[in-house]
Design a protein around this ligand. Structure first.
Ligand code: SF4
Length: 342
């Protein structure tokens, strides 16, 4: 059966036409799913009974079940969802002063193998469909009975390794007649799939692009992130410059500080040299220690020194507030733990 959440509004209109129905029915269904957030066709009470029955035969609502939920003292909620084929994915809800943000997964597992990531070491299974990406948002909104204001594609998976489905999901999330989350409130993070950065730039969306940089020279970056063996820092920077020129949008560079690895002032100096003159922002992340991981968190003193050096030298840098540190906050940790228990 087809998942009704795979379709943007125009596609849903075509689907309804093929069923011999009027196009306006698609708008009604879209509203029921994304505004009223119902979980069944039976609840779509302004549709004729006959149409509801037809929909039940043709489509599934693909409602995820919550396998586990962890809640942090700071309000962060981490969900492990059953994606209905025996696999599980993680989604995190974070509460900021500017609203609620959901960190969505784009794949079941990840092929990128970043050394500091809890997803590494777990087999890659498959990419998520657009409907499965969208369902993460709906399932959280249904659980908390509240509206989400921001989406970040920073959960498990490399979004640009599932490019078409991620773009499709963004269009569904963005639709004003549905979830209505503005593109400016959607952020996509990549480990550095260079050709896709060019493609993303050409989409001219208003979304934010985040680049997981984490190191300033190829030797160190390749050690942390195998993707760097494929696309060197120089190629990555060229793609970033193209993106900025094309979109006139600021890039957010993610830099996870690991103790005695990439957190000294020499690294900060190299980072300034690399990013000087670029329309960008650096997001410093105190690294989350993962089980068996070889990296550990920098001292608070080093993190602050690093930030101050960047700011004093013309690179805007902030330290990401640690959320959910009392639960399995690093992406992949909850799923990893669950797999071990199975
Ligand atoms: S950090 Fe992101 S891209 Fe790297 S392995 Fe983890 S999920 Fe994949």
């Amino acid at each position: 059966m087809k998942n009704i959440k795979e379709y943007n509004l125009d596609e849903l209109k075509e689907e309804l036409e093929q069923l011999g129905e009027k196009k306006y029915r698609a708008e009604q269904i879209f509203k029921w799913i994304y505004v009223d957030k119902v979980k069944s066709f039976d609840e779509m009470t302004n549709l004729p009974l006959e149409l509801r029955e037809k929909l039940k035969i043709e489509y599934t609502m693909c409602n995820f079940n919550i396998l586990k939920k962890q809640e942090s003292a700071d309000g962060t909620k981490k969900y492990l969802f059953d994606v209905l084929d025996g696999n599980a994915i993680e989604t995190v809800l974070m509460q900021y002063h500017h609203g609620k943000t959901i960190c969505v997964s784009s794949q079941i597992g990840c092929k990128m193998g970043c050394k500091f990531c809890a997803s590494t070491g777990i087999k890659f299974v498959r990419s998520l469909t657009a409907g499965e990406i969208v369902e993460q948002i709906l399932a959280v909104e249904q659980d908390i009975q509240d509206k989400i204001s921001n989406i970040v594609f920073m959960g498990i998976g490399e979004p640009f390794d599932n490019y078409e489905n991620v773009m499709k999901a963004i269009k569904i999330i963005n639709n004003q007649k549905g979830l209505n989350i503005g593109a400016r409130h959607i952020s996509v993070s990549t480990s550095g799939l260079v050709p896709m950065i060019y493609k993303f730039a050409d989409e001219e969306l208003q979304c934010t692009l985040s680049i997981s940089l984490h190191a300033t020279n190829d030797e160190k970056r390749s050690e942390m992130m195998p993707i760097n063996n494929r696309y060197k820092i120089s190629e990555l920077m060229e793609a970033c410059k193209y993106y900025i020129k094309k979109t006139n949008k600021r890039i957010s560079f993610e830099y996870a500080l690991a103790k005695d690895n990439n957190d000294n002032l020499k690294d900060a100096r190299e980072l300034v040299k690399l990013l000087k003159g670029m329309l960008c922002h650096v997001n410093l992340i105190p690294i989350n220690k993962i089980e068996n991981g070889s990296y550990s968190k920098s001292s608070n003193e080093n993190i602050i020194k690093f930030r101050d050096y960047l700011n004093d030298n013309g690179i805007v840098a902030t330290i990401r507030r640690e959320l959910g540190s009392d639960i399995d906050a690093a992406c992949g940790q909850l799923r990893r733990k669950n797999l071990k228990q199975e």
